[in-house]
Design a protein around this ligand. Structure first.
Ligand code: PLP
Length: 370
């Protein structure tokens, strides 16, 4: 399919990098262990179907998403791949999940009671335990027994159990140890009470990369698949090589000389200290390139240039050191010559985590697959 768009800004997604990263984790978790490619939120902004296809080709075994809508979308392209929905779906939608052979996450007795009213065929479920994240999941044995009791009279089949680690990317041994311990107890409880074999999984990228001996049957590989480390600790401690898949490109649409004392953009927050060359880049907060990125930099001809003045909805300005031709390539995230602006650099400037960066570049920026 030819990707057609008419603007001078686009994101490049390197599907070979996705494949490389999946192969790295598959080395640690070969069959019979499974790797879930976590492709929620449009594959962390990279493009769900394209990433899922690449991940599966490289050896990922299953897919995980957050929403029923995301699962349904992927089911159209992948009729036979197991897909797990990690979030809570509405009980009234249980039959829709069953009709599309999506596995859903269950942790509430009331949910089971309500969903069973809407369910006329088999629905595979994974039971989620809350072992310390305090987001979703069963917290006590009593709750677990209540859920299991309710399940008996339904067409739901427990095919898995999982939990989510809150601090796997940090040095927080006590919290982690507590989660491991509680999960072990939860697994035993479930295995003692469910007749069929169930898949057991606990780790996200950080857990999968740091604690391979504690990961049971499967891991849920998200951020690492996109070539980003959950934290510096994970990078340094594991040494598992990953390749970033996301870069962001643009081209100069205008270049001009301004005079000493002239100001740039809304609010006139930047004043030229001398005569200066200014380039305009067609990317703005309407694309997710938010105003807080004023003062950050981009790469042109392998050199860093600062973003000056306020970022507008569709454009921002950079201070150049010489005139550059219109259409000169601008690397906003990625490599250019010996220089790199990484997703981590953007995250550091924004005082956030790398996860947020490709997610925040919205669908107005076309994704090009290389
Ligand atoms: N499992 C669950 C339940 C999640 O919510 C997420 C993402 O937030 C993941 C796995 C993947 O985590 P990561 O991207 O850190 O690998």
């Amino acid at each position: 399919m030819v990707q057609q768009f008419y603007r001078d800004t686009w994101a490049e997604v390197d599907l070979n990098a996705i494949k490389y990263n999946v192969k790295q984790i598959k080395k640690v978790y070969p069959l019979p262990k499974s790797v879930y490619a976590v492709v929620k939120a449009n594959a962390y902004g990279h493009g769900d179907v394209q990433v899922a296809k690449a991940a599966l080709e490289a050896g990922a075994d299953k897919l995980a998403v957050a929403l029923l809508d995301e699962g349904l979308r992927l089911r159209e392209s992948f009729p036979n791949v197991p897909i797990l929905v990690l979030g809570r779906i509405r009980p009234s939608d249980a039959q829709i999940a069953a009709d599309h052979d999506l596995t859903v996450t269950v942790f509430q007795k009331e949910w089971v009671m309500e969903a069973s009213k809407h369910l006329t065929s088999k629905l595979n479920i994974h039971i989620k335990f809350d072992t310390g994240m305090n987001r979703l999941g069963i917290r006590t044995k009593e709750e677990a027994y209540d859920v299991l009791k309710e399940l008996k009279s339904t067409t739901m089949v427990v095919t898995g159990i999982y939990s989510h680690l809150a601090t796997a990317d940090e040095n927080n041994e006590p919290h982690l140890a507590k989660q491991f311990e509680l999960f072990k107890e939860s697994v035993k409880l479930l295995q003692d009470n469910v007749p069929n074999k169930i898949e057991v999984h606990l780790g996200n990228s950080a857990g999968a990369m740091r604690f391979p001996d504690s990961m049971y049957d499967a891991v849920r590989f998200g951020i690492g698949m996109y070539g980003l480390y959950p934290s510096q600790l994970v990078k340094l401690e594991t040494g598992i090589p990953l390749k970033p898949a996301f870069s962001l490109m643009s081209q100069l649409t205008h270049v001009k000389k301004i005079n000493k004392g002239d100001t740039i953009s809304y609010g006139a927050t930047y004043t030229a200290e001398e005569d200066e060359w200014i380039g305009t880049v067609p990317l703005g907060y309407g694309d997710g390139w938010i105003r807080k990125l004023q003062g950050f930099h981009v790469l042109i001809d392998g050199k860093k240039y600062p973003i000056v003045g306020r970022i507008c909805m569709d454009q921002f300005m950079v201070k150049l050191d010489q005139p550059k031709p219109i259409d000169t390539k601008v690397v906003i995230i990625g490599e250019y010559g010996d220089e790199t602006v990484s997703t981590d650099d953007v995250a550091t400037h924004l005082e956030t985590i790398n996860y947020e960066i490709p997610c925040m570049i919205n669908e107005r920026v076309p994704r090009v697959y290389i």
